[in-house]
Design a protein around this ligand. Sequence first.
Ligand code: AMP
Length: 361
Amino acid sequence: MKKVSSALPPGSTVGILGGGQLARMLALAAGQLGLDCHIYAPEADSPAFAVSAAQTVAAYDDFKALEAFAATCDVVTYEFENVPGDTAAFLDALVPVAPGVSALKTAQDRIAEKTFISGLGIPVAPFAEVSDLASLEAAIGRIGRPAVLKTRRFGYDGKGQTKIYDTTDLGQAFAEIGRQPAVLEGFVRFEREISVIAARSWSGEVRVYDVPENRHENHILKTSTVPAQITPAVAATAMDFGSRIIAALDYVGVIGVEMFVAGDRVIVNEIAPRVHNSGHWTMDACAVSQFEQHIRAVCGWPLGSPERHADVVMTNLLGAEADGWRELAAEPQVHLHLYGKRETRPGRKMGHFNRVTPRQA
Ligand code: AMP
């Protein structure tokens, strides 16, 4: 495992695995600090390519291409959690990789993730491992209904999961998630969903942003509102959980931790080992955005202030909603961010906007 031991100077190159909107916004933030980005992605039309100094179009298991990529980078990071373990380990031997391989592995497997979090004394939904129909039946016996069945790996935006109601046939539910290794979770009757966006440096310094409240539509994030309608005690608990998780993972970079709020209880749902959609509001309401913060962290720079100077609602533009860019661009309180995607598909994240108003509290 290689580390960045002193700040990488302007002119250094940050390698990013993945070329979507998160990589694009990371590259824009890196550019602001005089750093270059080399984006590695399998899709030739990756949105991040348009704003980066160098691009590689290759598969994640093309080790020749990965070796050539690593030779051009001073540090490598990633914009998505499904980087294959072998790819991360291969790069790790050649160049500093942040967040590190072990944090990535923990976040990739829902069982490892929940075991790790509950091992810190932090509440998660009751859960049980499922490998076949018999273990699903046993898990339902322990956890009860309603429950949520999720694939152990590769789930996102509600994909790879299904709810189990009183009348749901278990065989059908298991078939619905492709009969893959899974986790059964007790259904949490939450009032709101929040998240913690935190950053940690190579030297262990931690910074945490204010807590956004997140609203989903069809399992896809629609809005993040800051401040959240939560008590100071709930906010403090959430931020404490985020800080403890990032430190215990020995993590370097920005992390997103999704949580449920039920009364005065905070329950952790999952970890995203990367910059997070629910942190996009930081671009226009904070001294230093999550993207700049991630670049600062992985490059060994001092972390920036996460201080918030405005109230803000971030709204994702999904599919054809982005066609309204003219009207949005004309609104004085709106900061518009479009991802340069050429093809509009229903539900596809095309951009977002932050509506900022003077800070009230
Ligand atoms: P996930 O893929 O784990 O982020 O789940 C996607 C969404 O499903 C969450 O944002 C929640 O709205 C809902 N959800 C996931 N797990 C649970 C649970 N155990 N109880 C209630 N709702 C859940």
